[in-house]
Structure formats: C-alpha cells, structure tokens
Design a protein around this ligand. Structure first.
Ligand code: 5GP
Ligand code: MN
Length: 332
C-alpha cells in the first residue's frame, strides 16, 4: 500500500483548475466507473475536467452518467493531446504503467503536469507524483470512494456518482464473489445504496444488454474451443480473429468468458487467448495463491493482479498456446 496524505491531494486540487483523467486500454467497468465517478465529483468542485480513454469501450458501459463527455484518443488524437499538454493535473486510474495506454502513453510521457495514480494493480511504475495505491482494494472504484471520503466530501456522492462506483465494484468482483470482497466492500455498497441507486437496474444495464451473436459465441467457445492441459488443473480457450468475426464480434463480447471453466470441479487456472489487432491478447485467472501477475509479467509482457492478469504475445496463436501449455506447469 502506498498512499500520500490527503493534505497533499488537497493542495494539488487547490492548485489545479484543468484536470484530465486517463484510464487503461480497452476500458472495463472499473476503469469507466472510476473515471466517470471522479469526473462527476471534480466537476462538482467546479473544476474543468476531461476523461480520456485510449480506445473504445463496450456498449454495455455507455449508459454510465457522463459517458457523452468521454474523449476517445483513437478518434480525437489532436484534441486529447491538447487537453493533456495543458492540464494542471492528470489522474491515472485503474492501471499503473504507461504501457497499458499503448500510443496514448507516448503523450503522457511528454506531459509535465503532476500525475496522481489511483489503482489496485500489483507493482506500480514510478511515473506518479502522488499515489493512492492499494492492492487489497477490490476495485479502483473502492479507492475513489475512499478518496472522496478522505477529502471530507462524502456529501457530494450523489446518485450518479454512486451508479458509477457501484458498476466498478460489481464488475471487478464478479458481482461481489471474488476473494477481494470484504466487509468494507459491503459497507461502501450500503453507503452507495443510500443515494437511491437501484442495484438490479445496474446489473441489468451491464449484464442483460448483449446480442444474440454474443451468446452464440459463448456457446461455440464452450462447446468447441475449451481445452484442458493434460496433468494440470488448467483450462483455456483459443479464438482466432476469423472465429470471432463469424459471430460478428463486438468489443466486450468475450469479457467474462475466461472464468467459465472454474465451474469445473478442481480447476485452478483459466486462460483465454484471442487474436486481436495483430497480436494475441491474453487473459489469465487463478484460484488461491497461484500468482498470475508474476506469470504474465515474466512470460507474456503483461501484469495485473494475483488472481486476474493479462498480457500479449506477438507469436502466432498456435505458438502462444504451445508456450503457455509448456510454462503453466511450473505454477504447480
Ligand atoms: P483482463 O483479462 O480482464 O483483460 O485483465 C485482467 C487484469 O489484468 C486487469 O486488471 C487488467 O488491468 C490487467 N491486464 C490485462 N492486460 C494487461 C496487460 O497487457 N498488461 C498489464 N500490465 N496488465 C494487464
Ligand atoms: Mn480494476
């Protein structure tokens, strides 16, 4: 855990009128929930605030309050660069290395504004000026809640901010079932519910908004593409770009797929390999103490959490699969 004092955060906020918020490549529910909650909060403090994402995010997150204000770097490079170069402070949320921003990382490297990291991933880089980092937090949204409360501004958490925070807490904990969930998670949820948000509506907005193609892709993956590593409690999927396009693949369509094999008795590690924009995107999940952050860092140019990490490979899908099947044995 590495947390700077609220005195320092207050001073920075006092001296910053133009604030930019940046989150990681392929933003998920926690990335967007935390970014938009912070955006709405800082807006209430009368700041000029921009949220910049490196690329697009799934449709099932577009209902989030503040969504319309989000700037997609891929579609608006010049505008995003201008905002970042003139920002007084830049908040970097739900990631801890510029590598997670792809090309947007090169712009961040050039900026001089102080950086505030708010994040719960393992082993942060040293780019930040101020840290609000805790690997024991179940989500970056939990940290945003703590951040607002620590600034003495809990009263500003309204229904919109609560909806954003609830979304990140829900999506990063597999709907409140992962080991990262503590009594504190539930206390925060209880506070959020007091604002009038309706949890069942948020669950529906995120999880009951998929296409028929997505469900059929899930069926295809489970039926045809699920493999076990002989002699190891490991299950994984591979998906080619062609297979994905057969099911009219849209961003977010394979989110959550990697977890399905855990419902098989005894499985300790799951993985998903899919071709994506010229490389192989990898997701790793584990149970207990098996450290996928280290594994992803060591072999697949990635990182993340102990039980959930990701990475990439520039080998072919087949060679990536062979490399994984060989190396995964060392985890047992
Ligand atoms: P997912 O498998 O859902 O894409 O990611 C699982 C976790 O690993 C997330 O917390 C995500 O931020 C992190 N992660 C995913 N891909 C990468 C990567 O390429 N590099 C690093 N450092 N972390 C990643
Ligand atoms: Mn997160």
């Amino acid at each position: 855990m590495q947390k700077d004092s609220f005195q320092k955060f207050k001073k920075l906020l006092k001296n910053s009128q133009n604030i930019a918020i940046v989150t990681h490549w392929s933003p998920d529910g926690d990335a967007m929930g935390s970014s938009l909650a912070l955006y709405l909060f800082l807006f209430k403090l009368n700041k000029k605030v921009s949220v910049i994402v490196p690329n697009a995010y799934p449709d099932f997150l577009h209902w989030l309050p503040g969504n319309k204000q989000v700037i997609n770097f891929q579609a608006n490079e010049k505008k995003a660069e201008k905002i970042l170069m003139s920002a007084d402070a830049i908040f970097t949320l739900d990631f801890n290395s510029y590598k997670r921003l792809e090309k947007l990382g090169n712009i961040l490297e050039k900026t001089e504004a102080p950086k505030v990291l708010i994040d719960h991933h393992q082993q942060p880089d040293d780019y930040p000026t101020l840290y609000f980092h805790d690997v024991d937090a179940c989500s970056t949204c939990e940290l945003i809640f703590d951040f607002i409360v620590g600034l003495g501004e809990k009263k500003l958490i309204d229904k919109k901010i609560a909806a954003c925070l609830y979304t990140g807490l829900m999506t990063d904990t597999g709907s409140f079932r992962y080991p990262s969930v503590t009594h504190k998670t539930h206390l925060i949820l209880s506070e959020l519910l007091k604002t009038g948000i309706v949890p069942s509506d948020i669950h529906s907005a995120v999880y009951d908004n998929y296409s028929l193609d997505r469900l059929k892709l899930l069926g295809f993956a489970l039926n045809e593409k699920l493999k076990m590593v002989p002699g190891c409690p490991v299950a994984y999927f591979t998906l080619t770009e062609k297979e994905l396009s057969t099911f009219n693949y849209q961003k977010g369509d394979i989110e959550g797929l990697v977890n399905y094999p855990f419902s098989i008795k005894g499985i300790k590690v799951c993985a998903l390999f899919n071709e994506s924009e010229g490389y192989v995107k990898i997701s790793f999940r584990s149970k207990g103490k098996i450290d996928m952050n280290l594994f992803a860092r060591k072999y697949f140019s990635g990182g993340g959490h102990i039980n959930a990490a990701g990475g990439k490979s520039t080998l072919s899908l087949k060679d990536t699969e062979s490399k994984f099947v060989e190396l995964v044995k060392e985890l047992f």
